[in-house]
Design a protein around this ligand. Structure first.
Ligand SMILES: *[C@@H]1O[C@H](CO)[C@@H](O)[C@H](O)[C@H]1NC(C)=O
Ligand SMILES: *[C@@H]1O[C@H](CO)[C@@H](O)[C@H](O)[C@H]1NC(C)=O
Ligand SMILES: *[C@@H]1O[C@H](CO)[C@@H](O)[C@H](O)[C@H]1NC(C)=O
Ligand SMILES: *[C@@H]1O[C@H](CO)[C@@H](O)[C@H](O)[C@H]1NC(C)=O
Ligand SMILES: [Zn+2]
Length: 470
């Protein structure tokens, strides 16, 4: 595990090093709303600075920021409520008024330019990275769907309903929490249905995924946990919403239906806040609201067809494990993967393959290190990195291609999601630089004062985000 390194911030968005959590890329085009806030802040800063000069006061800060975590008022132990809004692309929060999320932001700590997902920027690899602190190569969920390489000739396949613990490596937070004699609850999270270690997915505290359960019912169930006797209240809870991802796929990120989906999620946050306030515990709960990845529009025939590579090399369908946005290829063992990569790239660079310049193929060991996508037999030997918004298909078809997608390189700003932390361990109105979601595991174990399993987060990271103990 690396210690924090204080390199100067880079200004090129795509050149960040995902090993390090503390780089802040140049802000993207911000909305007028945000610019107004910035202008207001600058104005406020000038007034404050002037005030200091005038009254020649000491060099201490203008407001009184929290310097230590705030004591619990009602709860008897720290609680972390981890909320995921699937596919909540960074920036969606500026599409419309989000008064409830703003309540969390105003009195909480926010990653100013969003949370960086792990590669591939897909739902299962990312949700499981968040709760294990591990990159997919180490936590085992390398894609939403993959074949187990230990079982040759198309043996067993992992899919999003595979609850056999053999697929799920690492130690997810609910397991860490119950191993310490504390309680955990999961209202949906990839991997939460899987029995692992001391975690048995108890019916009352663990819901098996069913996307039809109304969001309201999920929020009410979580609120009801706070009505339990003190020592029954879980120390760690998850809550999951499948929006705005669901609509994002259907209509792309820039559609009024996304704005509506964002409003709906914000409404659920409002319902949650009111419920916690009624119970007198809103100030006591450490709420972490985040998303697993962003979303980009895929339209305008941004397509690459593998059959166009035939003059260089034939890539049969059954070598392909996934096409887009993560191209992964497992040729039969009798073929040289290196040779296939060379020939594919020759074709792609020839100028004779439509959109060939938007795909680059690698032996997994030769992918950029920042992707951490090679140290697992489950990752096929050949990986293609596809440019933002492009898609790879086997052959040309008449299929209409318009919607949204994610799974691309995690360096793309469109793949970024949000991070907001609010509660006794989070400073009020604080902005922090973007960081990778493998850091979340250590944040949660630090808040709960428990020793976590070894992982890919940085040990010193939590102290850069959380308030020290009071
Ligand atoms: C932030 O916290 C302060 C102090 O508890 C409270 O007075 C204020 O209403 C809160 N603001 C929001 C937007 O929640
Ligand atoms: C290999 O796959 C077959 C068919 O899915 C399955 O029955 C068998 O248990 C698998 N073997 C191993 C060792 O995983
Ligand atoms: C999923 O949830 C819906 C809505 O609550 C319910 O009607 C349905 O029976 C559930 N499906 C399963 C398989 O439990
Ligand atoms: C990630 O964590 C695993 C488990 O602790 C470790 O084996 C691996 O070397 C780590 N990888 C990186 C890139 O830090
Ligand atoms: Zn997702």
């Amino acid at each position: 595990m690396a210690e924090d390194d204080e390199e100067p911030p880079t200004s090129k968005l795509l050149s960040f090093d995902t090993d390090s959590s503390s780089k802040s890329p140049k802000p993207p085009n911000l909305t007028p709303k945000l610019i107004l806030i910035v202008v207001t802040c600058v104005a406020a800063a000038i007034i404050i600075a002037f005030g200091f000069l005038f009254f020649s006061s000491s060099s201490s800060s203008s407001h009184q920021p929290d310097v230590v975590s705030r004591p619990l008022k009602k709860l008897k132990h720290p609680v972390v409520l981890l909320i995921s809004s699937d596919g909540f692309r960074f920036g969606y929060q500026y599409k419309t008024d989000t008064p409830n999320m703003n309540k969390l932001i105003t009195n909480g700590t926010e990653a100013q330019l969003g949370l960086i997902p792990v590669f591939p920027t897909l739902t299962f690899p990312n949700h499981y990275a968040i709760v294990t602190g591990l990159y997919p190569a180490y936590h085992g969920i390398v894609n939403n769907y993959f074949l187990d390489p230990d079982n040759t000739t198309g043996g067993e396949a992992f899919n999003m309903k595979s609850y056999d613990p053999k697929w799920w490596l690492g130690e997810p937070l609910w397991e860490t929490v119950v191993n310490h004699g504390l309680k955990a609850s999961t209202y949906f999270w990839p991997g939460s249905e899987v029995n692992k270690g001391g975690w048995t997915c108890p019916q009352f505290f663990c819901k098996v995924y069913n996307g039809s359960v109304p969001f309201e019912e999920r929020v009410d169930t979580v609120l009801n946990y706070f009505d339990l006797p003190s020592d029954e209240i879980p120390s760690f809870m998850t809550l999951y919403f499948g929006e705005p991802d669901h609509h994002g796929h259907k209509v792309g990120p820039d559609d009024p239906r996304i704005t509506q989906a964002v409003e709906r999620v914000d409404g659920m946050i409002g319902k949650l806040i009111r419920g916690l306030e009624e119970r007198g515990v809103f100030e006591d709960v450490n709420i972490i609201m985040l998303g697993d990845h962003g979303m980009v529009g895929t339209c305008d025939e941004k397509l690459i067809f593998l059959e166009d590579l035939a003059p260089w090399i034939e890539i049969p369908k059954d070598w392909i494990q996934s096409y887009s946005p993560l191209l992964s290829i497992r040729p039969p063992p009798s073929y040289s993967a290196k040779d296939i990569v060379t020939k594919m790239n020759e074709g792609l660079k020839s100028g004779k393959v439509q959109n060939g310049q938007y795909l680059k193929v690698y032996l997994k060991e030769e992918l950029p290190d920042r992707l951490h996508y090679s140290a697992s037999g489950r990752i096929p030997p050949i990986i293609g990195l596809i440019d933002e918004a492009f898609k790879v298909e086997q052959k040309s078809s008449k299929r209409k291609e318009c919607g949204g997608s994610h799974g691309y390189d995690n360096a793309f700003f469109s793949m970024r999601s949000i991070f907001i932390g609010r509660g006794p361990k989070f400073a009020r109105s604080r902005k922090v630089p973007s960081f990778e979601n493998v850091q979340i595991y250590n944040l949660v174990t630090t808040i709960l004062n428990i020793q976590g399993a070894s992982n890919n987060g940085t040990i010193s990271f939590p102290k850069t985000i959380l308030l020290p103990n009071h």
